[in-house]
Design a protein around this ligand. Structure first.
Ligand code: SF4
Length: 190
């Protein structure tokens, strides 16, 4: 399941800079925003190749940057295989390197692996790399298809990345943010 994030302040780290290329991972961050806003992740006929909640989020981010005098551009993605920054091809990384060289900074929206992709691709540039999202856990949700052609993530909870049970089978820590889930109940009952 996708990772879950919270937003970070990107304006302060960009103080004194004029331009930023926003490089979003279009998978986990997009699911995070859709879940947060209770909207479909994909709406088939309206948005086959993009998540509308995330599209709105990116527009708001750009508007916020513009208020602080920072011009920005979104590094877009086309087909689904370009959504996952942890698995980008070398060709896409080269494309990012060329584009990033035109900006003062790159804002990464994604996990540490997404940042790693950007750091590696921009190592020959003077770009400052800023992380715009912070990992908070891994989502557990029911992926649902709804008519007419929507993809929705229902009943989402956020789990830790650490093991839930120790070697002896003892519960190590709370599993997710959903209280009283089945595994917790069965573990505490034993
Ligand atoms: S780069 Fe990170 S945020 Fe993006 S799909 Fe891979 S794991 Fe998810």
């Amino acid at each position: 399941m996708p990772m879950h994030f919270k937003d970070r302040d990107v304006v302060s780290p960009l103080s004194g800079l004029n331009s930023a290329l926003i490089v979003p991972c279009y998978m986990c961050p997009a699911v995070t925003v859709a879940v947060r806003e209770g909207r479909p992740f994909l709406q088939g006929f309206r948005s086959l190749l993009k998540s509308l909640p995330f599209d709105d989020y990116l527009k708001d981010l750009q508007a916020g940057l513009a208020k602080d005098g920072i011009t920005s551009k979104i590094f877009g993605a086309g087909f689904y295989h370009q959504w996952f920054m942890c698995m980008w091809t070398w060709r896409r990384r080269k494309k990012l390197a060329r584009e990033a060289a035109k900006f003062d900074a790159v804002i990464v929206l994604g996990c540490g692996s997404a940042t790693e992709t950007v750091l590696e691709a921009t190592k020959e540039t003077d770009c400052k790399v800023v992380e715009g999202m912070e990992f908070t856990g891994i989502m557990n949700a029911k992926m649902t298809f709804r008519l007419p052609c929507n993809v929705v993530f229902d009943d989402c909870s956020v789990c830790t990345a650490a093991p839930i049970f120790g070697p002896e089978g003892a519960l190590l820590k709370s599993h997710g943010h959903t209280p009283g889930n089945r595994r917790e109940k069965s573990a505490s009952a034993s």
